[in-house]
Structure formats: structure tokens, C-alpha cells
Design a protein around this ligand. Structure first.
Ligand SMILES: [Cu+2]
Length: 707
């Protein structure tokens, strides 16, 4: 099951692009049509409910092992995802001697802030594959004018502030630095670093920085800073004062391990998951626990006041528990019970770092405990591996194995099931980062490696990404908000993803929250029969206003429905719906179109025109025409509050009886006559009587009379 997969197939890698037109065009032949037809016939004949096992397919004589391999190759991405290499390598910019990245933070501008191994900072645009993808911030923290400090923010800690700036504290590069006592904020919009007004009390190297819940006290926006100088010694950064203050009592946990794995619980308590990078001052603190150096005692910290709190111990330490130092922890939210779980995986002890544990953190009590350490199904030992929460609620585990093409895996917290994922081409170990991108991809970088690798999870190969056509620029907790999408019909879940800010297998920001949602404004296409039976047929998208039908081919194909729909600005688009449910926008027509009708006959403006009604801002409606090549022409005003339009054939100048529909067939009759006796004489000018030979609209029953 966990076999290594072939390298990503570049030919297939564009299959998930957002461009739907292109997706339609880009169909690729996988199997010869003859064998494909034979497989389908064989299935329908022998296994009408579908194949249950590959063996059944192999019973078909014409189907060879080669065919099977072809199919597996072709469909593997939708099961295993695929890795590719970003076409640009990370440039060396700073004074430090090493290359690559150590920190990555997903900014609200769509760019990623790197703190690089060369002790500088760099912006990366994952959507730009040209060399311009890398951009220098307008200044560097260690070169800001007021910095008498002169240290890099490499190996500091970070968390996002309420305005989207990234707070970075401490650092100092490749070892503790006495001057690494400042806080710096990076503004994604101005691309500038500024120093915080106040400095920390302690210099810190490998601290954990954790955004606290908004309004923990009054209107506060705070960030907790823990560890990084050999002891816990919490400090709180307050956005209002732009400075730090110490937690005055209760921060008794010494945290010998650097970058302790901390998570903010919904009640503003802080959970310690036992993960962390290593021991800050091993000599002084060993042996804190049997495993030496790390703090293996799970606990949570409860604030009792603005600057005070207390630690509560849970899950009594047992020597048999895996040492999760150099492991990773992730917090798993769920809309069903258990609502909050924390998962730890990997670690530094080879005897048990091939395992993971989960604790239910929904409601912590003295009896709360980790589930049993469970081996990864692929048997891999992971140290300094990464875990990324994907928007579908799964956990993508990659890196931390010192071999190329190392196995990756996907954990589904709902089913507790693991799936093998495409193998990671490069080694990504110490100083590596994995980061969720807005595209739904995962970027992996770092560890003596200047390349960025991109993972396309399986969901990107399972149909088009839903498009978000509108969304509010900001929302508050508890607020309802609207997200527009032409794909609303296919949406089964909506999540909020907190942008990651990750380093050294520690990300206190990572969070995927499932939101309850309702669909509004969504249009469904259906039928009404003359007895009044109403049947939904398929969803078409949002904000459809008008529909008509034309049997002939007017440039888009025969037998199509034509629609008008509007966007959030009231701008209307004209398009087609075929009877299989394919909805295609054809061209924009203008604002506030309400109604549409088709008439084949020339009613004075030309034949084969669509007729519309649109209203102005006073509700006054205008009648006009849309030609099949998109020409929109207002014809005359009609008055206020018109909503709908249809066309009825005019009274024929001769006696047309409904029980004699063949009377409608003037055109086909005439055609047959022409076929019998082709008229080879030069073309004659049209006779005056000609209009009578043209069928009136609504009377062109081509299906009955025509060819
Ligand atoms: Cu480091």
C-alpha cells in the first residue's frame, strides 16, 4: 500500500488549474478507445454494479498488465497527490553562510515571508514562477536604523497580530544571542519591518510565540512569548502598548525544550503537547524527566488574571511514553464531537518515533489522557517531520525522514485512517518548513536545500476548485457573512483556515475551522409539465434571472437553453445551458437584465434574435435585442417593474388549426420540393409572397417535419 510512486508526471500536473475552459479542452487520451470500449462493455456484461477488484478487470483477456499500469499512472495523482519543484530556487541574500529557508509565514497579501538560513528575510510569491517571485522587503530587521542590536531574526519565534502584521521576537541566528531581545513587526502591505516600542525582558533563541484570544482582557490583542533562554518565563506582548510585560506568577513550567509545542484552546487556556525542538540548557536541567532534557509532562495553563495564571498537569508521565521532542503537534477542530483534539507525531527517540498519539482536548480534566501511541501504518520513523492541516480537515505529514523519495502520509481525523501520499523527492529535516498555500497546495522548503517543492494534494485532481467570486474583506467572531460562488451547488463544507507561520516543526497558528453554512441565491434548473409537476433537474449556480430556449444552432450548438445571470455588482452575463447541465457563460451584456426571450422570425430587427428587458436605477425597463454574436441594442422603453418576457407567434394570415400541425411545415415541404427538382437557374429576387413561406416562430416544428 505504501509503495513508492513514480515522480510527478508534468503532463498531468495542470489538470487542476482554475481555467475551466482549458480543462475542458485539455482532455488527454489515456487508453485506446477500442480497449476502453471493450472494458465498459465487459463491465456492463459481467459486473453491472462495477468492478470491485483489479482482478476482475484482469479477467478481460484484452486488458493487459500494461493497460493496468497506464491506468494506475493516470489516476494516481487523484489518490496520492503529486510533488513538483518550483521553477526558481531561493536566492542567497543575507550575510549568513547558509542557504535555504528556516521560517515561513503565509501573509494576507498572498506572499510568503521567509526568514532564511542566510540570516535575512525574503518575500516569495507562490503564484509567480518567474525570477521576480522573490522580492526583498524594503528593509531588514537587523539593519533598522534604531537597531543597536545587530542580530538576525533567524531562529526567533513568530505569530500574527490582529492587523495581519507578523510579530517576530528573539532569534540571533545559529545560537543564543544576548542582543536577541527585541520584537519586530513585518507589515505585509508596506513590506517593511519596524521594531516594537518595547523590548522583551529576556533575550530569546527558539522561543514559542502564540497569539492569544482576542479580548482576553477588555479589548486586548495579545501575544504570549514562552521559553527560548532555557526557561519558560512567559512574557505577554500587548498590541495597544506595542510592548512586553512579564507574567508575574504561575509560569512555573521551565520548558527545557526549545520551541515548546503550545496551542491556544477556545477558552483562552494554553495546551502544552510535549513537542518542542530540544533542550536549551541540558547541562543545568537534565535530568528533568527520564527521557532527559525534554519536558514530557503534558499540561495546560489557565490565566487567572492579566499577568497571572497556573499550570495544571494532565496525562501523568510514564517512561513508556514516546519522547515527542523534535516531533510535531497539530490541533484538530471538528464540528462534531469530540470537538477538539490534539495530535502529536514523530519525535527524537528512534525506538518510538514511528508513532502518533491523540488526546481529546474538548474539555480537559485531571483524567484527560493521550490515546495509545499508535504506529504509522507505513512504519516510518519521523524526526523533525512536518504536519500541515489541509482545508478538508486532513493532516498531511511529510519530511523528517533522511532519505530521498521518503513516504508521506495523510491522516483523516474523522475516520482515524491513514493514506499513503506521493513520496517527497528531497530530504527535508532540521530547519525545514511545510506551509499551506492559498491554492490548496503545500510548499516544502529548507534543510540545506535551496529548492521549494510543491505538493498538490489529491483534492486538486478531483475536479475543478470551487471559485470564490465574492467575500467580505473582514468578519468578526459570531458574525454571519456571505461568500459568493458560481459553484455553490457543489459545496459540501466551508472552512476558515488561519494562515500558517511555521518554523522548526512548530506552528501555533495552524487552525482549520469548519463553519456552518446555508446556500442562498442558488438557482436550480428544472421542468414543469402541463399537469403542474415540478421537477428539479440540476443546479446551475447563483443569481440566474432569465431563461429561454432556441432549437436551432445560433453559434453555440443546437437545442440550448439561454440564460441571463448577474454578479454581485448587478452586471449580467448571457450564456448557455445544455440539457446535460453544462453551464457556459458566453458574453457580458450590461447591468440589470431581467428577462430573455428568443424569436427566430424577423420581427423588424432581424431574424434569430434574443429579446431582453433591463431596468435602470429607477426601475424603468427597456426592451431590446441581443444578437447571437453579442450585439446589445436598446429598442424602446416599456415602463416600470417589468420582470418577464416571452414571445408568442403572431396570428397567421391564413387559418392555422392546432390539430393540423403539419401546416407549420412550410419550410421543410419547400425544401423537399427543392431537393426533388433542384433549381439550377440563376437566383431570382425574392418574391413578395416569400414571408408567407417562412414559418412563424413557435411554428418551426423541425423535429416533426424537417430533415
Ligand atoms: Cu534553528
Amino acid at each position: 500500500m505504501f509503495e513508492k510512486l513514480p515522480p510527478p508526471n508534468p503532463e498531468m500536473d495542470h489538470a487542476h488549474e482554475d481555467n475551466r475552459e482549458r480543462r475542458v479542452v485539455d482532455r488527454r487520451r489515456i487508453l485506446d478507445p477500442d480497449i476502453a470500449k471493450e472494458i465498459i462493455e465487459f463491465r456492463d456484461r459481467e459486473f453491472p454494479l462495477g468492478f470491485r477488484h483489479v482482478k476482475e478487470l484482469l479477467e478481460l483477456e484484452a486488458f493487459t498488465r500494461e493497460h493496468l499500469e497506464t491506468l494506475q499512472q493516470a489516476f494516481s495523482n487523484s489518490f496520492y497527490g503529486s510533488w513538483s519543484v518550483f521553477p526558481q530556487t531561493i536566492p542567497h541574500r543575507g550575510p549568513g553562510g547558509l542557504d535555504g529557508v528556516v521560517h515561513a509565514a503565509m501573509l494576507h497579501t498572498g506572499k510568503v515571508l521567509f526568514i532564511t538560513a542566510d540570516e535575512t528575510t525574503l518575500l516569495w510569491n507562490p503564484e509567480d514562477t518567474t525570477p521576480a517571485t522573490f522580492e526583498d522587503p524594503l528593509n531588514q530587521p537587523h539593519l533598522t536604523p534604531d537597531a543597536t542590536l545587530g542580530y538576525s531574526v533567524l531562529c526567533g519565534g513568530h505569530a500574527f497580530l490582529s492587523d495581519g502584521q507578523l510579530l517576530v521576537v528573539g532569534g540571533g541566528g545559529y545560537g543564543p544571542h544576548a542582543k536577541a531581545i527585541a520584537g519586530y513587526k513585518f507589515n505585509p502591505t508596506s513590506k517593511r519591518w519596524t521594531r516594537t516600542a518595547g523590548s522583551m525582558v529576556h533575550n530569546r533563541w527558539y522561543p514559542t510565540v502564540l497569539t492569544l484570544g482576542d479580548h482576553r482582557i477588555g479589548d486586548s490583542h495579545e501575544v504570549l512569548v514562552v521559553c527560548g533562554h532555557g526557561a519558560g518565563d512567559m512574557e505577554i506582548y500587548d498590541e495597544a502598548t506595542d510592548s512586553f510585560r512579564e507574567v508575574t506568577s504561575g509560569d512555573t513550567k521551565p520548558f527545557p525544550n526549545l520551541y515548546p509545542g503550545l496551542h491556544l484552546l477556545p477558552n483562552n487556556s494554553i495546551f502544552y503537547s510535549r513537542t518542542g525542538w530540544g533542550s536549551a540548557e541540558r547541562e543545568r536541567l537534565i535530568p528533568l524527566q527520564a527521557t532527559g532534557g525534554s519536558d514530557d509532562q503534558s499540561a495546560y495553563f489557565v490565566f487567572t488574571g492579566p499577568d497571572t495564571g497556573a499550570w495544571y498537569t494532565i496525562a501523568p508521565f510514564m517512561p513508556s511514553m514516546p519522547d515527542r521532542t523534535k516531533g510535531m503537534s497539530v490541533m484538530l477542530h471538528s464540528s462534531t464531537a469530540p470537538y477538539l483534539k490534539i495530535m502529536v507525531l514523530g519525535g527524537s527517540d528512534h525506538s518510538n518515533n514511528n508513532s502518533y498519539e491523540i488526546i481529546d482536548a474538548t474539555s480537559l480534566s485531571p483524567t484527560s489522557n493521550w490515546g495509545a501511541a499508535t504506529p504509522f501504518p507505513d512504519g516510518e520513523h519521523r524526526s523533525l517531520g512536518s504536519a500541515v492541516l489541509l482545508p478538508d480537515g486532513t493532516v498531511f505529514v511529510c519530511g523528517g525522514i533522511e532519505t530521498i523519495n521518503s513516504p508521506c502520509a495523510l491522516f483523516n481525523p474523522r475516520t482515524n485512517a491513514w493514506s499513503a501520499m506521493a513520496a517527497l523527492p528531497s530530504v527535508r529535516d532540521y530547519h525545514s518548513v511545510a506551509l499551506l498555500l492559498p491554492s490548496g497546495q503545500v510548499a516544502m522548503a529548507g534543510w540545506k536545500n535551496i529548492s521549494i517543492e510543491i505538493f498538490d494534494p489529491p483534492y486538486l485532481y478531483r475536479g475543478a476548485r470551487p471559485v470564490i467570486s465574492s467575500a467580505p474583506s473582514s468578519v468578526q467572531r459570531g458574525q454571519r457573512f456571505d461568500v459568493g460562488s458560481p459553484d455553490a451547488a457543489m459545496i459540501t463544507s466551508v472552512v476558515l483556515a488561519r494562515p500558517m507561520a511555521v518554523t522548526h516543526q512548530t506552528d501555533t497558528e495552524q487552525k482549520i475551522l469548519e463553519l456552518p453554512f446555508v446556500r442562498t441565491g442558488f438557482s436550480t434548473f428544472g421542468t414543469i409539465d402541463t399537469n403542474g409537476a415540478v421537477t428539479d433537474r440540476f443546479g446551475v449556480g447563483n443569481n440566474f434571472d432569465a431563461l429561454t430556449f432556441a432549437p436551432g444552432n445560433h453559434g453555440f450548438g443546437p437545442n440550448l437553453f439561454y440564460f441571463l445571470r448577474h454578479d454581485s455588482n448587478g452586471f449580467s452575463t448571457f450564456g448557455t445551458i445544455d440539457t446535460s447541465g453544462a453551464v457556459t457563460d458566453r458574453f457580458g451584456v450590461g447591468n440589470n437584465f431581467d428577462a430573455l426571450a428568443f424569436a427566430a422570425a424577423d420581427l423588424g430587427y432581424g431574424p434569430n434574435l434574443f429579446y431582453f428587458l433591463r431596468h435602470d436605477s429607477n426601475g424603468f425597463s427597456t426592451f431590446g435585442t441581443i444578437s447571437t454574436n453579442g450585439a446589445i441594442t436598446d429598442r424602446f422603453g416599456v415602463g416600470n417593474n417589468f420582470d418577464a418576457l416571452t414571445f408568442a407567434r403572431q396570428q397567421r394570415p391564413f387559418n392555422l388549426r392546432d390539430d393540423q400541425p403539419q401546416w407549420c411545415g412550410h419550410r421543410p415541404l419547400r425544401r423537399r420540393q427543392q431537393l426533388r427538382r433542384p433549381d439550377l437557374r440563376p437566383r431570382q429576387p425574392r418574391l413578395r409572397a416569400q414571408p408567407l413561406l417562412l414559418p412563424a416562430a413557435g411554428c418551426d416544428r423541425v423535429g416533426r417535419d424537417g430533415p
